[in-house]
Write a protein that binds this ligand. Structure first.
Ligand SMILES: [Zn+2]
Length: 452
């Protein structure tokens, strides 16, 4: 009880759950409770300590369930969900130039298509336990409104290219669009805007610097695909005489508000540069495997103190946005390629998907762990399944045997968005109807192309 003896008001009290906090001490309460008021976590602790202290509008029974921070997906291209499965198992250049780019030229300039893909992506992410995603695509001003409707947390980043993009003229025109977009969304509680440059081989050095300057002006994140494969490293070396990481260091754009996406091919010097500049890294193991790019030196990056988060990347190269699936693959991949069973253990995998991911994108002051004063973004998984029994270790269970379909409850910013595996704000049948319309157009396009 409180000192006055009067219970305090709370909006939600989740009680008697196994609470994995991911706070600084990584506290785990075998029988714990979390109280939420408005958009914030009011209290976290042993169930018997919180019991009677709070008078909650809504109570949720957490028995035989794991309550943990919502997963942070640090790299997606969510509207690209319309292209899931449209082109697979092809040589990299053919996949990109003969399939993905023509599809984007035909379908990504129509906003309705992207809205359909984005809604599908958000439904998929929420139902698989992701509460925050950092996206890179086009039309970020218009699409932010779609995210806001769903109640999910996101940072959208419009991608700058030298050339025109589906949303605008490219180069300085894109920067003007981003400048206005950031201002439009500055005050929103859930959706923020960053700045992205696609990659060092599609964006000139001058434009990369301008894009980073714009991000600095607004005190927001800058992100860029970096050192994704050997072809990129060879190309940048031929153009600028250095590795892609060194090239960006020379441009002065690496710092703790920059997210470097992929970082598969890195020299020891590259790793030192990323560590010394405090650049965040997004790791997308399934995409790297599917495109046969290699295994990023994640254990070495972690050893040097680099904040490495996990991103699924877009479904064109994954083909889903399932973070539980991603971290299991990640943990297995690095054990295999480093020939060591102790590399990337289950606890590190969960850290990367929660608090370390939040650090990589500059969100750790508000999400990534269950702590008093942080935003109430959390998920609860049901352990009442054959594949989850018996239960000995929370990290092992989460990484090696539980599945995203075990996620039962999802709370973002204090609002229950998934209850008993049902989306509370989104109408899934309308989402499917929209996506079916786009899919039929894409199928017809593919058939016409094949007939040619
Ligand atoms: Zn990407």
């Amino acid at each position: 009880m409180t000192s006055s003896g009067q219970p305090k008001n709370a909006d939600i009290l989740i009680h008697d759950a196994m609470v994995l906090t991911m706070d600084e001490e990584r506290r785990f309460f075998e029988n714990g409770s979390v109280a939420v008021s408005g958009d914030e976590i009011l209290d976290v602790g042993p169930a018997e300590e919180l019991e009677g202290n709070y008078q909650a509008r809504r109570t949720i029974d957490g028995r035989n369930k794991i309550l943990m921070p919502g997963l942070v997906n640090v790299h997606t291209h969510a509207p690209m969900n319309i292209y899931r499965g449209a082109a697979d198992d092809l040589p990299l250049r053919e996949w990109l130039y003969d399939h993905i780019f023509p599809l984007e030229a035909a379908f990504s300039s129509k906003l309705e298509n992207l809205k359909a893909g984005l809604r599908l992506a958000i439904a998929e992410m929420l139902l698989s336990g992701t509460t925050m995603f950092k996206d890179m695509y086009f039309f970020t001003d218009e699409l932010a409104a779609v995210v806001a409707e769903t109640g999910m947390r996101a940072m959208l980043s419009e991608a700058v290219f030298d050339n025109a993009t589906p949303s605008n003229g490219g180069g300085d025109k894109t920067l003007d669009y981003i400048d206005a977009t950031i201002r439009n969304w500055q005050q929103h509680p859930l959706v923020r805007q960053g700045v992205a440059a696609h990659a060092a081989y599609t964006v000139s050095p001058e434009l990369i610097v301008k894009a980073k300057d714009l991000a600095r002006k607004h005190d927001t994140m800058f992100s860029i695909h970096l050192s994704e494969n050997q072809w990129e490293v060879d190309t940048i070396r031929a153009m600028y005489g250095v590795t892609p990481v060194k090239h960006l260091e020379n441009l002065g754009v690496l710092d703790r508000q920059t997210l470097a996406i992929h970082c598969v091919i890195l020299s020891d010097e590259d790793i030192a540069i990323l560590a010394n500049t405090h650049t965040g890294v997004a790791h997308s193991p399934q995409c790297n495997m599917k495109l046969a790019n290699g295994a990023a030196p994640v254990p070495d990056l972690l050893k040097k103190g680099v904040h490495v988060g996990v991103g699924t990347d877009g479904v064109a190269s994954n083909n889903d946005l399932d973070m539980f699936d991603e971290i299991r693959s990640m943990s297995l991949l690095h054990k295999l390629t480093s020939n060591s069973t102790t590399v990337l253990n289950a606890r590190e995998a969960i850290e990367m998907a929660t608090i370390t991911g939040a650090k990589a994108i500059g969100y750790d002051d508000r999400i990534g762990s269950l702590e008093k004063g942080k935003k109430a973004d959390m998920i609860m998984l049901n352990l009442d399944k054959p594949h989850s029994k018996p239960f000995y270790n929370v990290y092992s269970s989460l990484v090696y045997s539980l599945r995203s379909s075990d996620v039962e409850t999802v709370i973002v910013n204090g609002e229950v968005l998934v209850d008993q595996r049902q989306l509370q704000r989104m109408d899934l049948s309308a989402v499917y109807e929209d996506i079916e319309r786009v899919a039929q157009e894409i199928s017809a396009f593919q058939r016409r192309k094949q007939a040619r």
